[in-house]
Write a protein that binds this ligand. Structure first.
Ligand SMILES: Nc1ncnc2c1ncn2[C@@H]1O[C@H](COP(=O)(O)OP(=O)(O)OP(=O)(O)O)[C@@H](O)[C@H]1O
Length: 281
């Protein structure tokens, strides 16, 4: 669905995206991960045709260019900054933006109803946006990006500044969309979220691709071992193992377990192993 081959972008002397090659399959939920300044937004801007690469190619739907009108119509974009009219109701916003997409009449009203249901805002459509929480505004922004029924949805840091309830609602919406066959690309610097949500990820650091693959592959290859912290009548111990259940059974046979904590291999650990630093560094 999306193909980047050896893409490089420079701003003056600074290389912000450096020889990046990634492929996003149709129907996949793909995470572009990395710390602030890694080049995620710049990459997205090249995928949607807002910026041209200095080198390399970006193609969508086979050989389509992001600058083609037919290709643009396939994409829904949820930018980091919210684009909403605060003094209008959610429904009025959807009407306005829907018309910008060329939708009218019953088609528009049908789509508005569908997207509000998808983001779980149906009961608040008559309220002005300035009465919404940050998380609800983000959900409304997602709804608006979906009005024209895009087959590729791109979201830039969709859960930044969002309350846990809206965050879960956003996750549910994205999972529903994926089940309907929509391809989804999101950027994030929350590895735990990406692990829960994404099929595959690419990790960028200072413009360079440092890892890519399915979440399972990256965790299996780089996520380390499970860490058990066990307290028994004989004392406390920390065990690193690939077979935590076997270890627990063994200890249980010999000693009385008073408390047990298990940390499984995860994307956070994989990132640390690959880059040598925590994501927020
Ligand atoms: N128009 C521009 N002109 C000059 N430098 C820019 C421009 N846009 C981005 N940059 C720089 O490019 C680098 C990558 O920025 P980008 O926004 O792509 O990163 P990011 O991974 O999306 O980070 P964030 O999560 O903070 O948005 C940063 O150092 C940024 O300052």
């Amino acid at each position: 669905m999306v193909n980047l081959r050896h893409v490089t972008k420079r701003f003056r002397a600074k290389t912000v995206v450096d020889d990046l090659s990634i492929e996003i399959q149709r129907g996949e939920l793909f995470g572009l991960l990395g710390p602030n300044g890694a080049g995620k937004t710049t990459t997205i801007n090249m995928i949607i045709g807002g910026l041209l690469p200095d080198a390399g190619t970006v193609t969508l739907q086979g050989s389509g260019s992001p600058r083609d009108a037919d290709i643009k119509r396939l994409i829904g974009i949820v930018p980091q900054s919210l684009a909403l009219y605060e003094n209008l109701t959610a429904h009025e916003n959807a009407n306005f933006f829907g018309r910008l997409y060329g939708l009218h009449g019953s088609d528009l009203q049908h789509n508005i109803q569908r997207v509000f249901e998808l983001v779980n805002l149906t009961d608040r459509t008559k309220d002005r946006v300035n009465t919404y929480s940050g998380g609800m505004k983000r959900r409304l922004n997602i709804a608006i990006a979906l009005l024209h029924n895009p087959s590729l949805l791109i979201l830039d840091e969709p859960t930044v500044g969002v309350d846990p309830q809206s965050r879960n609602a956003i996750f549910d919406s994205l999972r529903k969309l994926k089940a309907e066959g929509c391809t989804i690309l999101l950027t994030s610097h929350y590895l735990e979220e990406a692990q829960q949500l994404c099929d595959a990820v690419a990790i960028l650091d200072e413009g360079k691709l440092v890892a890519k693959g399915t979440v399972e592959e990256l965790i299996a290859q780089h996520g380390g071992q499970s860490v058990l912290t066990v307290e028994t009548t004989k004392g406390r111990s920390r065990i690193e193992t690939d077979a935590p259940v076997d270890a627990i059974v063994r200890i249980h046979a010999e000693e009385q377990i008073l408390s047990l904590k298990m940390e499984s291999p995860n994307l956070e650990k994989a990132f640390l192993k690959i880059t040598g630093k925590h994501l927020r560094d």
